[in-house]
Design a protein around this ligand. Sequence first.
Ligand code: G6P
Ligand code: BGC
Ligand code: BGC
Length: 907
Amino acid sequence: MDSIGPVGLWQKEGAPGCPQEGLPCSPDSSELIQASLLRSMEQALMGQASPAPAVRMLPTYVGSTPHGTEQGDFVVLELGATGASLRVLWVTLTGTEGHRIEPRSQEFLIPQEVMLGPGQQLFDFAARCLSEFLDAHPVDRQGLQLGFNFSFPCHQTGLDKSTLISWTKGFRCSGVEGQDVVQLLRDAIERQGACSIDVVAVVNDTVGTMMGCELGTAPCEVGLVVDTGTNACYMEEARHVAVLDEDRGRVCVSIEWGSFGDDGALGSVLTTFDRILDQESLNPGAQRFEKMIGGLYLGELVRQVLAHLAQHGVLFGGCTSRALLSRGGILLEHVAEMEDASAGTARVHTILRDLGLNPGASDAELVQHVCAAVCTRAAQLCAAALAAVLTRLQHSREQQTLQIAVATGGRVFEQHPRFLSVLQETVTLLAPECDVSFIPSVDGGGRGVAMVTAVAARLAAHRRLLEETLAPFRLNREQLAVVQAQMREAMVKGLQGEASSLRMLPTYVRATPDGSERGHFLALDLGGTNFRVLLVHVATEGVQITNQVYSIPECVARGSGQQLFDHIVDCIVDFQQKQGLSGQSLPLGFTFSFPCRQLGLDQGILLNWTKGFNASDCEGQDVVRLLREALKRRQAMELNVVAIVNDTVGTMMSCGYEDPRCEVGLIVGTGTNACYMEELRNVAGVAGDLGHMCINMEWGAFGDDGSLDTLSTCFDASVDQASINPGKQRFEKMISGMYLGEIVRHILLHLTSLGVLFRGQQTQSLQTRDIFKTKFLSEIESDSLALRQVRAILEDLGLPLTSDDTLMVLEVCQAVSQRAAQLCGAGVAAVVEKIRENRGLEELTVSVGVDGTLYKLHPHFSRLVAATVQELAPRCAVTFLQSEDGSGKGAALVTAVACRLANQTRV
Ligand code: G6P
Ligand code: BGC
Ligand code: BGC
């Protein structure tokens, strides 16, 4: 008997009607298949497009195997795992290891016409089964959450978003391929209207099988299903999955090995019977590997072979039957039973007779050999594929040996007596250095799907909390138009000297440069990130600038005014010495970026400090006098302080030197502010009606009258309360660099307290003020930064985060910076519309000179400002000019204009 065992049968020469080809697999061809599948898997992981690898390697958004803490009640809908039946389960996860509550389930047969009909019909059928199940099982219907076990190849873009690539296994509904199957199910449940269920996760059956695997000694990191179809998934290192922008952790990948060989790689082992079966299938040319292994096909293969042998007189005396000649006449159950040695030949005879055959004495044994050959090959092919996965795991983890558990599921495992043992034997042959334990899934992966659903539900809940938290930051056009209108109203009131949060301070700059300015000037630039002393040479061929950056220590910025101005003079002296200017008395322009009521070009009364400055005895003082007194105290030299300008004015003048249409200055840096050229007739308190006057709006204080309270969030309030000037500079505190990082930090603290971030762990670092620098927003939101780099920035802050956390932090940053840019855009829109209406123009073309670290370094800020201005002031063509030389040059130009005008009046 052994000599003519299964292998012998097919390869015995001259045996009538027996083709000489490949059932079951020789060790060589198994290794070939193992190697070829491994190659195809690695090509797909690297994202190779052409030739397209035969297996798809689809990321499933499942980033970790279960840690048993998941808990709750979940509905699971299984479609496709077991062929023409659909199953609904009620799964209760206790969250306690080893404590299991048996799921309640109900199976529904899917009519053929539903499996081949319009997609809507299939999903309506599923929704009806759901409500029938819920009607039949007294369950709490509040907040039902459903996990959709959809066992077909899908591109997943989230735990609850999955697009069907192609049907397999006897399904071929129209209007579904290319669609998001979760949405189709949600629509059907809605149409059914019987129950409100939230579909929170879609899961492939292999993933459900792996996730449902009981915690054993070896980590269960492979899910293997052989039911009507076949497939496997495993935990791959995320950095190896090209489509994922991730370099840490692992992700579960559904291999979709059913399509292995669709590129012809299985040519050498395919038999005539495989080719006929494929030709007659619903999807010829596709799922070739599955058609050699899947339970939907094993019966058909056996039928083909038996029919062939019968027609060649080798079996049943050459007689056939309708069942033997008709597709689907022999099912998996038949094969499993007939091959089951314990069933004995008697049972085989019964089955063959039920198939309308009249088996002879030796027929039963021969039929059993055929069944064994078909199933052994299937198990060996499956083993070769699994061995490829194990080898991939060794590669991916750079491990010589591997101890791993494989969760198995599917009726071929459950019903077929020898499938698992042949699989184990062959895997041991093909992957000897892998210690593999096989864990049969207890409920077809229902629990596993519930676990993924629990994770998805948690993430969905987190997402809802994140959206609720960020919603106040998402400003719509109406809200921005209100800000624009309020800003406009406050501008008019401020210009007329009425109570307004906008001081609209005249700057005594009446004209932008006309290019005739000449000379050497000193300039100071105080109030931004850096304090700079500049030597500016304005000549025919242009402006040359030499400058030196000096720091203003916090203790000086918050010390005494005398100390601050003495420090400024020390820097000037140091600069003059370095530039060989000692003893020279150059005209000086002082960019002083704080709210000053100017009484003239060289006289500015500091109204109040902002941006973290708080030097004593300065507010209410003329800062030019304070500077001159400091110079006198130093007795070093006589400096001619000609002008004090705000950095917005300096920036406008600096850009105006290149573009005469530049009539607005905008700063979005440590602080924020804007100035623009207003009609003198509109400026109360300054004599004259003709000409223009540059107005320093001090828009940082906009909203200090409460007009922004409707937009202000609790996070803004926390930042304001913690600032050294609570209640002040409200607009600035929603926009500028000194505060955005702190707003983000407070939001992160809030989300952590809700358990949404960092697993709810409040870290010391996150509670540290100013630890989340605004520059991090610019880095984190940069398009060129991969998620992993974002993660690195956050980990350097000592934040223990997952990839989901990283994504959420990115969204928080985006929401905060977007609101800032939109509010800034609404402000600019108010200014340019004022200028347009001042001049009674239909259309206004104007340029805005801009400076400030946030505006210049943030990857999206400038674009969002411009877009908001475009939307709110469509009749103004606004060009934003980034100032290259800062406002120091502008201060020098203001000084140069003043000197030119002074010279003209002298002559
Ligand atoms: C430039 C200007 C300064 C201005 C600063 C604002 O450096 O020269 O006058 O104050 O920008 O930006 P920052 O980000 O430094 O606060
Ligand atoms: C599908 C897979 C599924 C497998 C087992 C195949 O036909 O493409 O998604 O996992 O069957 O059910
Ligand atoms: C100051 C303004 C300055 C702006 C930008 C604000 O805090 O009040 O004077 O223009 O910051 O630096």
